[in-house]
Write a protein that binds this ligand. Sequence first.
Ligand code: ADP
Ligand code: MG
Length: 258
Amino acid sequence: MSAVLETTETTTAVGAPVVRITALRKSFGTNEVLKGIDLDVLRGEVVCIIGKSGSGKSTLLRCINGLEEFQDGSLTVDGKPLLHESAMAMRALRQRVGMIFQGFNLFPHLSVGRNVMLAPTLVKKRSGADAEAQAKKLLTRVGLAEKFDAMPEQLSGGQQQRVAIARALAMEPAVLLCDEITSALDPELVGEVLRVVESLADEGMTLLMVTHEMSFARKVSDRVIFMHQGRVHEMGPPADLFGSPKTPELQQFLSSLH
Ligand code: ADP
Ligand code: MG
């Protein structure tokens, strides 16, 4: 775990679980895609999820930010249970959970700066001046200070994805969920996005990310989770999972990548 953790200001205790998932089950019709997931993500921790397509990785992230309802088990963020029955609780939750997807999903008709300012002004009722100052700071942090007035279509995919990161950070989330955020990028643009994510990790951001970038997962994670057929099949420090995978399924998955 990063040393930054000890110095980061937090709303709950250092190292306390930001996300706590217990016996989570989720089905689409008769297809059970999450078959009892137990997972805690601690404050400041970087957890990477790996696994074959269809193993339930995206569904798990979508449950955590309230995009999917689940049938059984419990899920808390910052100690607060995720209750789909309560619209107010769900709104509060969405403010605490940032999510970035494979596609860039910027609002095409808004400038880069306006994209970052939108949620803080609408949801957090920040003043325009406040939101603008914050957006400028965040765009500087992702290396795009000079793009404040640019339109999304003028940016490369890597730059758009960095704006998406700034936009997610503008809500000051307790945890940032990333779902294959470099998968749609041309190979030469992957590095600039991963470097931003790495800097967030170094600063103590709590991160839960699905990734196909194994060398990145190995370098940056505190913990790696291998999902297989809707279960956490193997979990541990990256050196263990990548260096000495225990289950035949993980061994097979890792060798399929070479
Ligand atoms: P991964 O992200 O690991 O590739 P997903 O979470 O996207 O896996 O999908 C897990 C399983 O759930 C797959 O069998 C997929 O077909 C199914 N699934 C995902 N989303 C839906 C949906 N909206 N409706 C029905 N089935 C879905
Ligand atoms: Mg997926």
